[in-house]
Design a binder for this molecule. Structure first.
Ligand code: ZN
Length: 445
């Protein structure tokens, strides 16, 4: 008998729900402890007001700081042991792949074999490593025809309640790629995403170009993001998306060592450009959305469906997503999170969440079930589940047509030599004062 329970972290809710206390510089900080308390406002100023959260305070010393480039923390023997194991395997298999470019995306002067031996997406939009590597193809499209793979990057946004309310009202789940630093800054917003039944994946700790990092830093960027999700949400993701799509076989192998499937896209809305000052990119982003939608009526998605890159980065990106959602719903047969698209019914390592497979989801049963212990512990093994606690997430149908999609559909193009844009993950115009474990500071976001 499967029993639904409240997320363990939520049960830790403290009684002093809104007991304000004095924080940095004498101002009062709200002591929020529940998703409900954080989720009740749709005023961005209120939503993004600093708060302390006891479960995070208890563990935050075990993490890199907010927006700090991750590295294995001193005395973190568990991380070090896992890194050493993964690093031994990665260096043995890919001894010649070196880091390249800068952390903010400048690849000027980088020498690289034009045949793209490392399946470096930034170079060639490669999403299909050579079979000899043993690496699975990235997820770049969904196997179901006329089906829109709904994904949002860069969350949790502290001001996402209106957007998440919208998704809830539409009984719509999405795959959310969360940044570790954003969870660290906005843990309850992240918890809401999980509690709402969205499919949670990793989007690194500090959102920089992963192929620029050493093995150790690349590992740490993934490891600590995965770990904070485990510790706060009670589930361990099995998927990740590289910021800016910057991935090659070395980084894929590190992710594989952490049981993380690499997820890409075939269509980029470029909605993040709406955040750039003094530019009017609305027509371009409108056109990008419309291109994908038009594909539903011109046969582009007759054999598979697009995974589309969009963001919960700013009010503008979320507004654009809400504007186009009804049009997407009207044009496509189905709009689904990736776990359902790939029939991954056990999307977290613990096996304590049962997710609706494609058939179930598209019949209208979109909610996940949270079990006490493994959902299959009493013999209720879901036949379409292809995930294990130790194995990398695999789908019942592999995304094998990604390369042709990239060529035929409107994949985003990248000029390798171009300097990357400003860090896209800091969306607020003002400063946000936080206090955690007695450490005060003003972060200019
Ligand atoms: Zn991102």
């Amino acid at each position: 008998m499967r029993s639904a329970v409240t997320v363990s972290v939520l049960s830790l809710a403290y009684l002093q729900l809104s007991a304000a206390h004095v924080g940095c510089n004498g101002q009062e900080l709200i002591r929020r402890q529940t998703v409900q308390s954080e989720g009740q406002s749709t005023n961005p100023n209120t939503e993004c007001q600093g708060y302390s959260y006891a479960p995070l305070e208890a563990i935050q010393q075990n993490y890199p700081g907010s927006w700090v480039t991750a590295s294995i923390l001193p005395n973190d023997t568990e991380a070090l042991a896992l890194y050493n194991k993964i690093n031994t395997e990665v260096t043995a298999q890919f001894p010649n792949i070196q880091p390249h470019g800068t952390h903010n995306g400048s690849f000027a002067g980088v020498q690289y074999n034009s045949s793209d031996p490392d399946c470096w997406w930034t170079w060639s939009n490669c999403v299909t490593p050579a079979a000899s590597t043993g690496l699975q193809p990235d997820w770049a499209s969904v196997p179901e025809p006329e089906t829109f793979g709904l994904t949002f990057d860069d969350g949790p946004n502290c001001a996402h309640n209106l957007f998440y309310d919208f998704l809830q009202e539409n009984n719509q789940k999405a795959t959310m790629f969360y940044i570790g630093s954003n969870i660290y800054d906005s843990p309850l917003q992240g918890l809401r995403g999980f509690a709402d039944g969205h499919h949670i994946c990793v989007h690194t700790w500090s959102h920089q170009y992963m192929t620029s990092f050493t093995n150790e830093v690349a590992f740490a960027e993934l490891y600590y993001t995965r770990k904070i999700i485990t510790e706060l949400f009670g589930v361990t993701p099995l998927c990740w998306r590289p910021p800016y799509g910057d991935v090659d076989n070395r980084i894929r192998a590190i992710a594989k060592g952490l049981n993380l499937t690499t997820v890409m896209w075939v269509n980029d809305t470029a909605d993040w450009t709406l955040d750039e000052p003094n530019t009017n990119n609305w027509p371009t982003v409108d056109a990008n959305y419309q291109y994908v939608i038009d594909g539903a009526s011109n046969g582009m998605w007759s054999e598979f469906g697009p995974i589309v890159l969009a963001h919960e980065l700013t009010n503008m990106t979320m507004t654009e997503a809400m504007t186009y959602y009804p049009k997407i719903k009207a044009a496509f047969r189905h709009v689904v999170p990736l776990a359902s698209a790939f029939n991954v019914t056990s999307p977290y390592a613990e096996g304590n969440v049962s997710y609706p497979d494609f058939k179930t989801y598209t019949s209208g049963q979109t909610n996940q079930t949270i079990c006490q212990g493994r959902c299959d512990a009493v013999g209720e093994t879901t036949s379409s589940s292809a995930t294990s606690a130790t194995g990398q997430m695999t789908a019942t149908t592999a995304s094998t047509h990604s390369a042709s999609v990239t060529a035929s559909a409107k994949a985003s193009s990248v000029v390798v030599a171009k300097t990357g844009g400003a860090k896209r993950s800091r969306w607020l115009s003002g400063g946000l004062t936080i206090m955690m474990a007695g450490v005060c500071g003003v972060i200019m976001l």
